[in-house]
Ligand binder design. Structure first.
Ligand SMILES: [Zn+2]
Length: 169
């Protein structure tokens, strides 16, 4: 099992951490500090944004996981921002497009080979401005008609986009 923390040593005393059965789960534990390191999934966000013609905005990923594959604009939440702020920030950073909250499509949990356990919060955004321009973690940003949509690399993105398309098709 991949740990989200991926730490081997106690950050306080440097002792090697062990796995110990605590509260019905094998948890990382420092025997010297008597401290449990709880592992929690990391929140990530993604956005479905469509233009006036109903085309869907996608990005070609620059990094693993899914490098070179198409996905929704997405990324990690930062501290001191809400999930919707994170989603609209990632949209702007990766595509140049400015969005506004439309609705929450769903919350999905999955395991990434690279990042461990994730909770993926996926919104639909209304496009209110900006000019399409790929940057940051996106190699390319492009609007696709529903007929031309390429396969999306992440299951949660496929499910969320499927939810949106179900309502219009
Ligand atoms: Zn310790």
């Amino acid at each position: 099992m991949k740990s989200n923390l991926m730490i081997k040593y106690c950050p306080y005393c440097g002792n090697k951490l062990i796995r110990k059965m605590i509260e019905e789960r094998k948890r990382l534990f420092c025997p010297k500090c008597d401290r449990v390191y709880y592992e929690n999934p990391t929140p990530v966000v993604a956005v479905v944004a469509r233009d006036k013609e109903g085309q869907v905005l996608l990005v070609k990923r620059k990094l693993e996981p899914g490098k070179g594959r198409w996905a929704l604009p997405s990324g990690f939440m930062e501290i001191e921002e809400s999930p919707i702020q994170a989603a609209l920030r990632e949209l702007k950073e990766e595509t140049g497009i400015v969005g506004r909250f439309k609705r929450l499509i769903g919350v999905y949990s999955n395991k990434s080979e690279v990042h461990g356990y994730l909770v993926n919060i996926i919104y639909e955004a209304e496009i209110v401005g900006g000019n399409i321009c790929a940057s940051d973690d996106a190699e390319e940003a492009k609007f696709f008609t529903v007929e031309e949509l390429p396969p999306l690399v992440f299951q949660s993105h496929r499910e969320a986009l499927g939810e949106v398309l179900k309502q219009i098709l």
